[in-house]
Design a protein around this ligand. Structure first.
Ligand code: NAD
Length: 423
C-alpha cells in the first residue's frame, strides 16, 4: 500500500486526532489530559420515525456529538447529508472545540447530523424530520448547554422550525438556543456572509505578515455555496482581489482577467445555485482550479481536497482554508515545505461561529446590533486570534496549524484543569 492510499484510508476523525496529537506533543500536558482531549465527552445516537407524505413511516438516523464543554456550552452546526456518519460528526465537533477556543469564545464544541437527502424530501417531510430530530435531542440542548446552528444542507428556515419545536417542548421562549435563525426570529445581521468575511480579515492579516498587497492579487475559489460565493464577492469588494477562478460541483471556470463576482452571484441566484454553467470563462476541472498559479487559493467546498497527491502541484502563495478539513496532514507538511502560507480552517472559517456567538448575546440581551458593530467586532476577534496564532508559531518554531491548535488546546486544557476534571 503506498502512502496516498494509507492516508486516504484514514477517517476524518483520525485526521482530527492526528492534528491534535501533533500539536499536543509541543505542549506540557499530562497523559491524562491528552487522553481526555482527544475524544468526545458525549455522543447521542438517535433513530426516529417520521410520517412521509405517502402515509408510510421512515426511520431516520441522527447524531449529536458534544465534544468538550469545559469552556462553556457546546456549539456547532447540524448537517443533513445522505452520507453522514458519526465519524465525520466527531471530527467536526472536535474542530468546533478548537475553533471556539482559538478565537476565544466562551463556548465548547459540538456537531450534529441526520442521515437524509434533503433533495428527496418534500417541504413538509423536511419540517417533520427537523422537528423530530430536535425533539429527540432537546433534553441535551439549551442556551447554557448546547446550541445548534445551520451547516451543510440546513437553512435558517430549518432553524426556525427547530426553535419553534424546542420552545413548544419547554413552554417558554429561548431564542439563543439555536443560531443562524432568520432575522425575524432573532437572527443576527451579518450572519449570512460571516464565515467568508472573517476569512477575508484573516487573509488581510496574512498578507500583512507576508508583505503582500491584496489589491490586484489573483484568487481562486473552490465551491460557490454559502461560503464560496461570499468569499468570491468579498474577496473582490474588501481585498480588491482579482477572482480568476470559481467552481461548484458541476466544474470550474477560469478567466485570467478576473470575473465580475457580483454578476456571478446574481447568476447563481437564478440558476439553481450553480455558477459552473455561467457562459463566460474557460471551463476547467476542480482539480485544475486547485493547481492554478494564483496568489490566494480558497478551498470553500469540501474536506480532503488537498492531499499528498496534488499538494506538490499547488502553486498559490496563500491557502485560505474556508472549508473544514480541506488539507490532509500529509499534504500540510508538503505545503509547509513549499513555503505556502496556510491559514488553518479553525481560524480561517471561524467567522460563522463568532457571529453565531454575537447572535446568542443579542438574544440574551434582547437588543440587536447594526451592521457596523457586527463587522467591527468580527474583525477584532479574528485579527486578535490571528496575532495569537502568529506569535505562538514564532515562539514554538512551528507552522500556523500547529500554532493555532497549540493556542486552542492550551485554553481548553486550562479550563479542564481549573474545573478539577484532569490534572
Ligand atoms: P454549501 O453546501 O452551501 O456549498 C458547498 C459548495 O461546494 C457548493 O457550491 C457545491 O456545489 C460545491 N461543491 C460540492 N462538491 C464539490 C466538488 N466536488 N468540487 C467543487 N465544489 C463542490 O456549503 P457551505 O456552507 O458553503 O460550506 C462549505 C465548506 O465550508 C464546508 O466545508 C463547511 O463545513 C465549511 N464551513 C461552512 C460554514 C458556514 O457558515 N456555512 C462555516 C464554517 C465552515
Amino acid at each position: 500500500m503506498d502512502k496516498i492510499t494509507i492516508e486516504q484510508s484514514k477517517t476524518l476523525f483520525q485526521m482530527a486526532q492526528r492534528q491534535f496529537d501533533e500539536a499536543a506533543a509541543l505542549l506540557d500536558l499530562s497523559s491524562g489530559m491528552r487522553a481526555f482531549l482527544r475524544v468526545p465527552m458525549q455522543e447521542l445516537h438517535i433513530r426516529f420515525p417520521v410520517r412521509m407524505d405517502d402515509g408510510s413511516t421512515r426511520v431516520f438516523e441522527g447524531f449529536r456529538v458534544q465534544y468538550n464543554s469545559a469552556r462553556g456550552p457546546t456549539k456547532g452546526g447540524l448537517r443533513f447529508h445522505p452520507e453522514e456518519t458519526i465519524d465525520t460528526v466527531r471530527a467536526l465537533a472536535a474542530w468546533m472545540t478548537w475553533k471556539t477556543a482559538v478565537v476565544d469564545l466562551p463556548l465548547g464544541g459540538a456537531k450534529g447530523g441526520v442521515v437524509c437527502d434533503v433533495k428527496k424530501l418534500s417541504v413538509g417531510e423536511l419540517e417533520r424530520v427537523s422537528r423530530r430530530y430536535i425533539r429527540h435531542i432537546s433534553r441535551n440542548l439549551g442556551v447554557n448547554e448546547d446550541i445548534p446552528a445551520p451547516d451543510m444542507y440546513t437553512t435558517p428556515q430549518i432553524m426556525a422550525w427547530m426553535l419553534d419545536e424546542f420552545e413548544s417542548i419547554r413552554g417558554y421562549s429561548e431564542f439563543g438556543v439555536i443560531t443562524g435563525k432568520p432575522l425575524a426570529l432573532g437572527g443576527s445581521i451579518g450572519r449570512v456572509d460571516a464565515t467568508a468575511r472573517g476569512g477575508m480579515y484573516a487573509i488581510r492579516e496574512a498578507a500583512r505578515v507576508l508583505g503582500m498587497h491584496t489589491a490586484g492579487a489573483t484568487m481562486a475559489v473552490q465551491g460557490f455555496g454559502n461560503v464560496g460565493k461570499y468569499t468570491a464577492t468579498l474577496g473582490e469588494e474588501l481585498l480588491g482581489c482579482k477572482v480568476v477562478a470559481v467552481s461548484d460541483i458541476g466544474g470550474a471556470l477560469y478567466n485570467d482577467k478576473g470575473f465580475d463576482t457580483g454578476e456571478l452571484f446574481n447568476y447563481q441566484m437564478t440558476h439553481g445555485g450553480l455558477v459552473s454553467t455561467y457562459p463566460e470563462g474557460e471551463r476547467i476541472s476542480n482539480k485544475e482550479l486547485l493547481e492554478l498559479e494564483v496568489d490566494i487559493l480558497a478551498p470553500a467546498a469540501l474536506e480532503n481536497v488537498i492531499t499528498a497527491e496534488n499538494a506538490p502541484r499547488i502553486k498559490s502563495k496563500i491557502v485560505a482554508e474556508l472549508a473544514n478539513g480541506p488539507t490532509t496532514p500529509d499534504a500540510d507538511a508538503i505545503l509547509v515545505d513549499k513555503g505556502i502560507y496556510v491559514i488553518p480552517d479553525i481560524l480561517c472559517n471561524s467567522g460563522g461561529v463568532i457571529v453565531s456567538n454575537f447572535e446568542m448575546v443579542q438574544n440574551v440581551y434582547g437588543y440587536y446590533w447594526g451592521t457596523n458593530r457586527v463587522h467591527e467586532r468580527l474583525d477584532r476577534k479574528i485579527s486578535t486570534a490571528f496575532i495569537d496564532m502568529h506569535q505562538r508559531a514564532k515562539e514554538l518554531g512551528v507552522n500556523n496549524r500547529k500554532a493555532a491548535y497549540a493556542v486552542a488546546i492550551e485554553r481548553v486544557a486550562e479550563a479542564v484543569r481549573l474545573r478539577g476534571w484532569v490534572d
